[in-house]
Design a protein around this ligand. Sequence first.
Ligand code: SAH
Length: 327
Amino acid sequence: MSPPERRLRERIERDGPIPVADYMAEANAHYYATRDPLGRGGDFITAPEISQMFGELIGLWLADLWQRAGAPADVVYVELGPGRGTLAADVLRAMKAAGLMPPVHFVETSPTLRQAQAERVPGAQWHDDLGELPDDRPLLVVANEFFDALPIRQFAADGRELRVTAGDGGFARDGEVETETSPASIDVMRALAARLARQGGAALVIDYGYDRPGRGDTLQAVSDHAYADPWTEPGSRDLTAHVDFHALAGAARNAGARVAGPTGQGEWLDAMGIAVRAAALARSAPDRTEEIEAARRRLTAPEQMGRLFRAMAILAPGWPDPAGFAP
Ligand code: SAH
């Protein structure tokens, strides 16, 4: 039996059934701490692992905002859950071309992924949570597929919180899901937005999720690029839930920040000029033209990542309107 499975079973035996959020937190802490889940050899692929264009356009977006905000000299780049560091490397390269070379701060709990990040982004500083970030200067923040990994609570139609029980083969949930919330995500967003409001800066959050509060169960497990059972082998597969952008936007506004979007990842990348970037890349590497075009389609097509993935910006009150979002 794996360590997280043993810990969960012991706790349930001692205290009785536990909230879904506690199960998810225990499973994911072990999952991310013990492996690099990204890429072909892992469990899932993220946008920056599909193409450098994704991070480059985010870098241009940040550099443009920064310039129009008066190019404050003391900004820092912050990424939440930076994975392998691929996204940061692409963002930083594009920002550098635009004259912006900020110090880098990563919020990352996994020792394994911190190591991967250090190889791609030398000189970065790491933090376990947002509370440790610099508190006296503007922040340029990116979070791609970060919020979906944070724990959710699930509730039955009568408002009762659903709990997880232990059985012979695995675990089970004690009822039908009607609604779900992610207090952990709300806490992170509230802290982030309060900092932007106080310190200046902007954040771009991209993830799969919904713009309007929905119903039902979005908890899912992914292993080896396929859906898996969330209730067996906790800690060996990635547990995620769809992100409630409506709730995140509300938390950001309540904390004093402005919000733009959410909009589809595809619409945002199109507006940021991904077609032009793809054409430029293909000109400099003609033998890769098909691969570049396939990556562009995968990131933007509505039936692929273009619609389910949403992009949302959070801005300090005095910062300019961001590119790529309808006013
Ligand atoms: N942004 C990357 C990786 C997404 S995977 C990409 O787009 O490729 C999720 C990332 O969030 C991993 O780096 C994981 O270790 C990190 N993570 C998950 N839960 C976390 C938490 N509670 N605190 C900080 N980082 C967390």
